[in-house]
Design a protein around this ligand. Structure first.
Ligand SMILES: [Zn+2]
Length: 324
């Protein structure tokens, strides 16, 4: 075991601000699995009640001081947004690819931090405000494609993995967690630092805080008119349709296309500005709303607006069916 590292309240706050996007988290088992020898991550529960534990400042404190090791989820399901994007690469030429990605990110004026790992590394990008997971993924996959960096999700055995791993997750879902930086990797029994700063908590955090963060306007610009590569989108699954209430008989059925203005077709969907997002000045790039071409009753906002919100924003609230 390495010598003791001390956390401070300021470090904890900085860490939460930078990395924690929701209070659900995972814990790496302190003891290796007897068969595989691996230290697995699990979602911790309260002793006795079995209720899921929520991440607190104390959790981060223990992580930074090396008493526990936590994993952090990228996406917050309440808005489908993330505070960071991390590119995980652990194959033979992983570092080469990560450095290449880092270099080309700087061409967009995007700062990133390269964290060492047991094999390969993690490249972290921080966001000025939480940004849509889907757009973060489009940006990174598009860049990888242009640079010829292999992408695991396209079905390759080896390639980069992007966290967030989903465009959107359902309420009560978690997506995938990634080892929280600056803690101790149980399997390797050591800390993995970021390149570019001294190996100590304070110096590392100061380095991370100085990095320029990607704004919403920038990400919109980087991803304008782009979609996830078809092979990755396919593995993601279709847009989950949200069913409209069945409208009976005489009443003219509501059709979202009558209300959303300009649309374009991408894959199986029409894409348009989400009326509910638009109401609060969001979705300026006009592509949050996906409407299934084959059945226009099915539509979904990638930012997580419910159909009730969308209909209300259109002044066409969903009528509650009364029982006679
Ligand atoms: Zn919306």
């Amino acid at each position: 075991m390495e010598r003791r590292v001390r956390a401070t309240p300021a470090l904890i706050q900085d860490y939460v601000r930078l990395f924690v996007n929701r209070r659900a988290y995972t814990l790496q088992s302190a003891r290796p699995h007897p068969d595989s020898g691996r230290h697995y991550y699990y979602r911790p529960k309260e002793r006795g009640s079995g209720a899921p534990l929520h991440l607190t400042e104390k959790t981060v404190w223990d992580h930074l001081e090396g008493k526990i090791t936590i994993g952090l989820y990228a996406i917050n399901p309440s808005n489908q947004r993330c505070k960071w994007v991390a590119i995980d690469a652990d194959y033979k030429n992983a570092m080469e690819d990560l450095v290449k990605l880092q270099y080309y990110l700087t061409q967009d004026r995007v700062d990133s931090a390269l964290e060492m790992s047991r094999r390969g590394g993690h490249l972290w990008i921080f966001l000025a405000v939480p940004l849509l997971a889907r757009k973060c993924r489009i940006y990174i996959y598009d860049l990888a494609r242009r640079l010829g960096v292999p992408v695991k999700e396209s079905g390759l055995a080896e390639g980069i993995e992007v966290f967030p791993k989903h465009d959107a997750i359902g309420t009560g879902a978690f997506g995938n967690a990634l080892r929280g930086p600056l803690g101790i990797h149980r399997g390797a029994d050591r800390r993995f630092w970021f390149y570019g700063a001294d190996y100590g908590l304070e110096a590392q955090m100061e380095f991370l805080k100085r990095l320029r963060r990607v704004t919403e306007e920038e990400l919109d610009r980087f991803t304008a008119g782009k979609e996830l590569p078809a092979d990755i989108a396919k593995l993601q699954g279709e847009v989950k349709p949200i069913g409209e209430l069945r409208t009976g008989g005489s009443r003219k059925a509501f059709c979202i296309l009558d209300h959303v203005g300009k649309t374009r077709i991408m894959g199986k969907n029409y894409v348009a500005r989400c009326p509910s997002c638009a109401q609060v000045g969001h979705d300026r790039s006009g592509d949050n709303l996906a409407i299934l071409v084959s059945d226009r009753r099915f539509y979904q906002c990638w930012a997580g607006c419910t159909k009730e919100m969308i209909r209300a924003a259109l002044g066409q609230p969903i009528r509650v069916q009364q029982r006679a």
